[in-house]
Write a protein that binds this ligand. Sequence first.
Ligand code: ANZ
Length: 821
Amino acid sequence: PTTYDVHAVQSKWRAVWDELEPFRAGSAAPGPDGQPAEKRYALTMFPYPSGDLHMGHAEVTALHDVIARYWWQKGYDVLNPMGWDSFGLPAENAAFRNDEHPATYTYANIATQLDSFRNYAISFDWSRRFNTSDPEYYRWTQWLFLKFRERGLAYRKNSPVNWCPHDQTVLANEQVVDGRCERCGAEVTKRELTQWYFKITDYAQELLDGLDELEATWPARVVTAQRNWIGRSEGAHVTFEIAGHDPVTVFTTRPDTLYGATFMVVAADAPLAASLVTDEQRPALEAYLDEVRKASDIDRLATDRPKSGVPLGVTATNPVNGEQLPVWASDYVLADYGTGAIMAVPAHDQRDLDFAKAFDLPVRMVVDTGEDDPAATYVATTGDGTYVNSGPLDGLRDKAAGIRTIIERLEADGSGTGTVNFRLRDWLLSRQRYWGCPIPIVHCEKDGEVAVPEDQLPVLLPELRGADLKPQGVSPLAAATDWVEVECPTCGGPATRDSDTMDTFVDSSWYFLRYCSPQYTDGPFDVEAVRQWMPADIYVGGVEHAVLHLLYARFFTKVLRDMGMLDFSEPFAAQLNQGQVINEGKKMSKSLGNGVQLGSQLEEFGVDAVRLTLVFAGPPEDDIDWADVSPGGSLRFLQRAWRLSGDVTSEPGVDVGTGDVALRRVTARTVHDADELLASFRFNVVVARVMELVNATRKAIDSGCGPADPAVREAVEAVAVLLSLVAPYTAEEMWSRLGHEPTVARAGWPSVDPALLVTESVTAVVQVKGKVKARLEVSPDVSAADLEALALTDEAVVRAIEGQQVRRVIVREPNLVNIVV
Ligand code: ANZ
């Protein structure tokens, strides 16, 4: 054929590959030394089945597949699995919008996405796929929950929680963005509920420390985001006596400013405020609280928010100087950070200063920075300076020493201790939603919380067809009487199942381990299989998961290690975040009407051209503006490459050693450089280099060594193998036209003769008195001066002119030096 029929080529090879299954993990041939091939685990984030695949999926998997396919070509045994994160809000909300049962809707989408992925020719090992909503999987999610609980890492507590009034569910702090629900954008409010938590705070320090090691191989922004989220602060707990009450402890990062404390503030919505308030002040506090409950944490912490609050009518004693400080309640102090109470140092903390200004409270400078007195300017000074008004610290200039001194004093008289505080909160995992993994606990009046015995797992999610499964504040499961009412596993008496389901992030915190032994029935994973594959060598996915998912997965890994099931502490050795596919400079969205449908692009240009476009657009981390790229251009390039394969006239296996050296050098250089470029994720540059090789080969065929030259075959075969990482259909078709069996995906990385990589040289002849005395190998662009110097220092030349006077040196670089004596 003389025209490249993209769609015919696609259906032809898809059928062959479905038969061949060339990407089964464990199928790599042993190395030349007879040893099993080295293992590589290429992981990419699994999708939510909330519709068909879109441009974002197309991009991330195209980039990811370059790595996986490259590893296969290099002879590694590659695990490249895929499955579905099929429980949870995204699929559930989409199902309700479509008026379907979440299970029906979810599994239909999975089938659609599976077919699309296969068509899109990502080298997944489909034999390992599973869905987190499969009972065979969530049985082990439940098992893990129970193990965590046994270790004291899963517990229930009553607390105010973030509540999304639209989704009718509790949200983790992580799911509240700018005071709004991360998923639906509704304004988040607060509610009191008894909820399940994972005690991730037990691992706060370790989660932080692990980042040091990941810094070299993880994107900097992810490491920074995790550090900030964990939010370690060094400081002190300082205890203030309050007459008639228990003492109150505050957390401060600046114990050295203790002499500048002029009042105390407690979180208005914490029980502490209610317990301290005098009877006269109680009505004022309650009125204030009604207002506070409406504000989000973000608003409350905003520095530009007008300060509000009420005095509680009591005073606290400053432990270093005995001063009586009025105690206020305000919403700018958060109930769940530190101790929920602060010592206010208005001179050196702007929020305290704003509060002092609003309520006319005293301001006392204790660090003289040389700037104007904050008491006059109402601008807090936060820099370093000399301590003043600070008793034993006066005159000192060293902040670290100041902090140390005060902590020592507090510790000596028992009124405080040095401490470390973390911003990280425990992970709230209960969801009042139907479509999730049931929590394997029953509540018995007599025995309290009782774990469902292991041999009764999984606790199946009841189908409840026909029932109203939409969220309404309590889990819809609570209304499923037949399911909820059970016998207590301990006493046999009446008990009720926990009707909440787990946060989807629980499901995705261990799925990468399950892929190592997806059919395993004796535990969540086969410890030995995991030892072979994990940690994943690369994790490709969106930066939107920089905090939540990645932190939770790291937490699970550390707990499983402590359970003796893993022998490593970090699950993902390296990470790559792709940019977004945008259009006309903007995020694609329905309201802007700038969405680009993956399906129509695939229809118009074919799979390979779309994949090539996504990989070629720029560095993987950069956004791709669909308005700036050219899938049509990609397709034309693929046609050019494909045409080469029809022009080759030499036979497969021909001795390439006799081929045209110039073309062979281009091929060798391209293959060699591709290796280095791929290792540093510069996939777009690899594509550019393959384009150059295609051009060089075309030239060689049309006006150089001609199509029969073995170097042409070598070049076109290299093009096919390199293209197999990005454009698998075209590559396979080329490979076939070159006389090979499928599949090019496992053909192996082209070998390169190192001699071809040496930069070219030319021979320069050196004559003395007209006689050739030396031949020098020099670069073709050697300078006249360098060539002359080389000639005059050559041993044979030095001997030939010994004792004679050099009268003239004629240089014709790069070929000739003529020395006249
Ligand atoms: C006195 C002080 C003086 C403070 C000063 C700062 C500067 P990070 O670094 O984020 O941990 N703080 C403590 N608990 C709080 C809460 N629940 N809500 C709001 N603010 C709280 O911040 C710790 C500092 O934030 C603490 O140190 C405390 O103010 C405030 F010149 O104490 B500092």
